[in-house]
Write a protein that binds this ligand. Sequence first.
Ligand SMILES: Nc1nc2c(ncn2[C@H]2C[C@H](O)[C@@H](COP(=O)(O)OP(=O)(O)OP(=O)(O)O)O2)c(=O)[nH]1
Length: 209
Amino acid sequence: MRFVLASQSPARLGMLRDAGIEPVVRVSGVDEEAIEASLPDAKPDTVVVALAEAKARAVLADVVAEHPDALIVGCDSMLHFDGQLMGKPATVDIARERWGRMAGNTGDLMTGHAVLRVDGGEVTATATGTESTVVRFGKPTERELEAYLASGEPLRVAGAFTLDGRGGWFVDGIDGDSSGVIGISLPLMRRLLNEVGLSVVDFWSAPTE
Ligand SMILES: Nc1nc2c(ncn2[C@H]2C[C@H](O)[C@@H](COP(=O)(O)OP(=O)(O)OP(=O)(O)O)O2)c(=O)[nH]1
């Protein structure tokens, strides 16, 4: 059975590889804004799970053609802050405005997860869940913020910050699971695989020296 990651995210791929899984990668290309727009009154965890499941289902036919037995994983991360659910900032100005509000405050980085178990070309089980981690933002100086914005990193990531990249200098702390902030929650994924009758260790590659 192959482990399929329905994501272009280098963070998710790196996290899985470091945790012993070499996934098949299939980029879903899902129109996230359209899905969000179709859920105007949904709660934040409903939105991120819906996006995660849409990504997993978007690659299903393609995967089954090649791997009739597969575990397909979709994820979606957004920052819930100040009553807003925010993905990646579209522009530097938007990232700057958000950081002006985030600095010195806390937000919840929420990552929705969906797993589809496929046996003999048919979906035999599904499981979903959301990991929410409290993020306490530091107070970058104006010079620091401008340098961070100029790095380009904030535009590539949900919430305009990273924990494990250049953004780490500006995160004072978290309450919860760090892997969920980076892009895929390992403890939640372990539980979701158990829900569909599998275990992460079924997919572990041979230990490297
Ligand atoms: N390395 C790192 N990446 C982060 C962090 N926080 C968020 N990200 C990245 C992970 C994802 O690539 C991205 C969240 O956006 P999405 O959930 O829409 O995924 P993305 O569009 O990248 O790929 P996908 O839609 O799954 O094909 O932000 C962090 O703390 N560290």
